[in-house]
Design a protein around this ligand. Sequence first.
Ligand code: C5P
Length: 398
Amino acid sequence: MSSLTGKRITLIITGSIAAYKAIELIRLLTKAGAEVEGVLTKGGAAFITPLSVEALTGKRVHTEMWDEHSYEMNHIELSRRADLIAIAPATAGIIAKIANGIGDDLASSVLLARNKPILLAPSMNTEMWENAAFRRNLAQAQADGAILVAPQTDTLACGETGIGKMAEPTSIFDAIETHFRSAETLSGKTAIVTSGGTIERIDSVRYISNFSSGKQGNAIALSLAQSGAKVSLVVGNTKEHAPKHPNIEIIPVESAEDMKVAVDAKLPADIFVGCAAVCDFRVSNKSDKKLKKEAGLDLQFEENPDIAKSVGTLRKEERPHLVIGFAAETDELIHHAQKKLVSKGCDLVVANDVSQGAIFGQDQNTVHFVTRESIQTLDTLLKSKVADAIVDWIRERL
Ligand code: C5P
């Protein structure tokens, strides 16, 4: 049975060219056993007709605050009888209203009166997506608990190329399914996730780091948070926007030593996921001033603490129930992963082959789950899906 069987979803369709894809989303949801009720904004109705939404949902579509056929308070009822409110496509306008508590039509009033989780699939031009005011609004909506199904990078309807194309209906469907499958199953649990690369200073203006993007660690933190766990995300050097969720506390750090201090401060925890690319060495003779090239360069190194190992080898009473490490290797991947499993005291090592050098910064990953009992190779998946698979693994064991 699908996790969507019998689930009630209010689907708000706002004014974007991607509105036609909402039709396919309704089809996928109803086929999986969900009951969908449509809300069409004026903008949404400029792109698709109420009749198409009604035909696929089998229910009357809602467009107005006050219904001339009944005394029902649409904006209240549409939230109360739903298990989830999805907004696909979600324009910058509706996200601004969500972030600022504006209810000036039926859709925004449903969102203001909501007592249910919301999921957003934004669709807009790249400049709008990057706009500082929009970034603030999206961050606020996420901080208030909205689940984001991120848009894709492609040629947009306006002819420009960039990020902003709405996620495909299958990806939105997957996110909705994941929400129902995982909702609150880890509530009451605490997790520490390390993410990104560390920065090891050479002098006041230069540093050593690596190409870790932080995408995988951030996705794991978000997936854990969406499952109800309280997550401390200890994040080093990354270009990614940190995931916003009420269950995530973001702790920015610079060096491996800082990361260790931040992790130790958050122990004890139920779950530890070491996804950061921690520099193995730091410069022992770093300078507080800018080094001059005329003086030549003579760097000395000393080893950094191994954070995953320090957590994995804690005494039983202090150790998290589950300790998960990563192994990024260019050769003998499984062999090295198995060695790390033992030496770092992990319960699971997620191994990925970086011999092509292409994993860092990419959206997809092919990983192997290496435990003492088994080796399981997953399909090539979006990093968000790898994160969900890791969280499923955790869920089965807690
Ligand atoms: O030994 P290696 O760096 O390949 O191990 C990778 C795993 O160990 C990752 O989970 C990484 O986050 C963690 N690690 C750590 N502290 C270090 C080095 C690696 O937590 N100093």
